[in-house]
Design a protein around this ligand. Structure first.
Ligand code: IVH
Length: 672
């Protein structure tokens, strides 16, 4: 066979195998026997061996894995991966429907209902019909590049059918999951080998996707349902159309969706799936309700975290009863003590539960717990199960009330409980090991210094050796100190030190968050940085200065003031400064191109020819303008694209807001 003939046959084989794969994985149809299928695959492998340049990345032979990824590259999502608002209550769904109706000002609308699959979100990017990238959600803005691992999932198409008209570039999002059956089998094998069992299919799927060796991912048999399509192409106008397109293009879509014309039909869907979902091959924890029209989705827009056009309804959790064998106490990074119920292992919604959080002493009091009681355990939205009550009928008389601990289980210090607070604390901030290690773990996380060459285990070793007691100590680690740690070689040592070094570039907001000030999450840290610009001003800010900042309340203000009153914290900050960390807002904010739009505010609506909406927003900001979320009397300009919502237009006209086109806008910045 010459190369040309080989190429024809390779193309043909890939197409055939992809087709049988699709039929098998999407439609559960075996058109040929396993044997015949293997023959095709073998033939392809042989040709690829003979003609290595015909071994394409998208060949089905590439699904067996074999690549090793030490650390996953971080990728920025082109479209952020948001989360969904969720509720357990039907009343709140009615409220959601009212908000949608109000937001759409009398227009007709439809919903598209889907099951909420309990797995891990994934985003797949295709260019010219080929899979070019697969990424995890991460923090919604940045995720991990897990392309090699995703390629091993048979239901993720590597090459799309060419007979469908698809945009040159687009993203598809969905949920990777481990089918219940696969999970159970895996756990049975673990048990037989005497290994620790896995907690649940979702965590296992998540852990598997992040494995270094893709050949192990391949044998773990993950699966994937797709549920969103994102592109700049405006010819698709509803979510339902997008779903059909995905199906036609060869993606696996769960056939459980339904279009509903009103909220009552949504309720019917909810009722129908409440029990039926348990027969599905994967875990689901609710349903997702989406406004079907893209145009209406755009009109409804987003809150800071989630779309206003979608909501998740969660089914109430299953409940079982089991024996409370004991209570243990965990110490967190802030010294907070969390009591944990140690339970007689029990099966709950497909997973074995052994422990459950009891939150605090009040909760134990409220439940009136006694060791030896039979308690009811539920798995709510969170992974961690909850104890919801005691089966009083089964209580033995001899059982005695639980006495809460008075000393730290880790360092023996007398616990304290602040006025009005439910939680006990260990005040030994600087001497209590889990607090020290917890602070360092917090400091290195992705949203903070993002030192991914360090992990819990390494921190533990560094602490045990006495090299690291606080975040600042990380910056004086030496090669020899790291090299002598168990499991470290030359390369891993250099890698760790390089990660620490590179973290010096992390923006001030990350450092501030990393300091672990109580109630200062990432968003609050960003607000504080925007307002105070540098650590000196923040340090000197009074309680009144702080509460004057939008969205900073008294709880945060108090906590910040307290933090900077502590000599030890000031000392740590000095050390971080000496180590070269960013303690002022750098020029890393979007570069200001001009100030022609300073003092002017904009709302953008509709679809534009030359820019995506995001690009347009960036351009406005880069020229000094401000973006507002809705049309009001304060607004200067409404930039109107094609297909913009009639209500916005009307409102802008009524309020005498200037309505400009994309071209007018360009004029404004190019020829001010
Ligand atoms: S749509 C803007 N549809 O739930 C959010 N999400 O809480 C768009 N999920 O991160 C998500 N099933 O991982 C959507 N049918 C479904 C889903 C689904 C599960 C997950 C997804 C997302 C999370 C949102």
């Amino acid at each position: 066979m010459d190369r040309q003939q080989a190429k024809l046959r390779v193309d043909e084989l890939i197409e055939k195998i992809d087709h049988y794969n699709y039929q098998y994985y999407q439609n559960s149809i075996s058109e040929i026997s396993d044997f015949e299928f293997d023959q095709l695959l073998k033939e392809l492998e042989k040709l690829e061996e003979e003609f290595p340049d015909l071994r394409y990345d998208y060949s089905p032979t590439q699904r067996v894995g074999g690549t090793i990824t030490k650390t996953f590259e971080t990728v920025v999502h082109k479209y952020p991966m948001l989360s969904l608002g969720n509720t357990y209550s039907r009343e709140e769904l009615v409220d959601f429907d009212k908000r949608v109706s109000k937001g759409l000002e009398g227009q007709l609308y439809e919903y598209f209902c889907e099951l909420k699959f309990d797995g891990v979100a994934i985003s797949l990017t295709y260019q010219n019909n080929l899979l070019v990238q697969a990424a995890t959600r991460g923090d919604g803005t940045r995720g991990d590049n897990i392309t090699n691992n995703a390629k091993t999932i048979k239901s993720v198409p590597l090459k799309l059918r060419s007979n469908i008209d698809l945009p040159d570039e687009f993203e598809v999002r969905g949920e990777v999951f481990m089918p219940k059956e696969v999970f159970e089998k895996l756990n049975k094998e673990k048990e037989e080998r005497g290994e620790e069992k896995l907690a649940n299919p979702r965590n296992t799927a998540s852990g598997t996707l992040k494995m270094q060796d893709s050949s192990i991912v391949a044998i773990r048999k993950l699966d994937c349902f797709m549920y969103s399509f994102m592109s700049n192409d405006r010819s698709i106008t509803t979510h339902g159309e997008a779903i059909s397109l995905l199906e036609k293009a060869g993606f696996k879509v769960s056939q459980t969706y339904r279009k509903c014309s009103n909220i009552d039909e949504v309720f019917e869907y909810i009722d129908e799936w409440e029990e039926k979902r348990k027969q599905l091959p994967l875990e689901t924890d609710g349903i997702v309700i989406k406004v079907n029209s893209y145009h209406q989705q755009e009109e409804l827009g987003f809150t800071a975290k989630s779309p206003r056009w979608a909501i998740a309804y969660k089914y109430k959790a299953e409940s079982v009863s089991t024996k409370l064998n004991g209570i243990t106490y965990q110490v967190g990074r802030t010294g907070a003590i969390t009591p944990v119920a140690e339970l007689e292992p029990v099966l709950l919604s497909g997973t074995t539960v052994k422990r459950a959080s009891l939150h605090n002493a009040n909760e134990i009091e409220r439940l009136d717990l006694r060791i030896g009681d039979f308690v009811f355990v539920e798995k709510g939205g969170e992974i961690i199960p909850k104890v919801t009550g005691v089966d009083i009928d089964r209580r033995e008389e001899s059982l005695e009330k639980v006495v809460y601990i008075s000393e730290c289980p880790e360092c023996g210090t007398q616990l304290i409980r602040k006025e009005g607070e439910a939680v006990h604390y260990c005040p030994n901030e600087l001497g209590c090991p889990p607090q020290i290690k917890g602070r360092i773990e917090h400091f290195i996380q992705r949203n903070a210094m993002d030192i991914n060459s360090l992990g819990e285990r390494t921190i533990n070793m560094l602490y045990e050796k006495g090299y690291v007691h606080s975040p600042a100590d990380l910056y004086s680690l030496t090669y020899d100190q790291v090299y002598e740690l168990e499991g470290f070689k030359d390369l891993s040592t250099k890698n760790l030190l390089e990660g620490v070094k590179k973290s010096r570039e992390a923006p001030f907001a990350n450092v501030l968050f990393g300091l672990g000030i109580r109630f200062v999450g990432k968003t609050v840290a960003e607000k504080l940085v925007e307002y105070f610009q540098n650590i000196e001003s923040l340090k000197n800010a009074s309680y009144d200065d702080l509460i004057a900042v939008p969205e900073i309340g008294d709880r945060i203000a108090e906590s910040v003031v307290q933090f900077f009153q502590n000599e030890k914290n000031l000392n740590e900050i000095e050390r971080l400064k000496t180590a070269g960390l960013q303690l002022e807002a750098g020029n890393q904010q979007d570069e200001l191109k001009s100030d022609v739009l300073v003092g002017k505010s904009f709302v953008i609506s509709g679809v534009f020819t030359n820019f995506s909406r995001d690009d347009l927003k960036k351009l406005i900001k880069a020229n000094g303008g401000r973006i507002l979320s809705s049309v009001s009397g304060n607004l200067d300009y409404l930039v109107a694209g094609e297909n913009m919502g009639p209500s916005k237009l009307e409102k802008a006209q009524k309020l005498n807001v200037k309505i400009i086109s994309e071209a007018d806008f360009l004029q404004m910045i190019q020829n001010p």
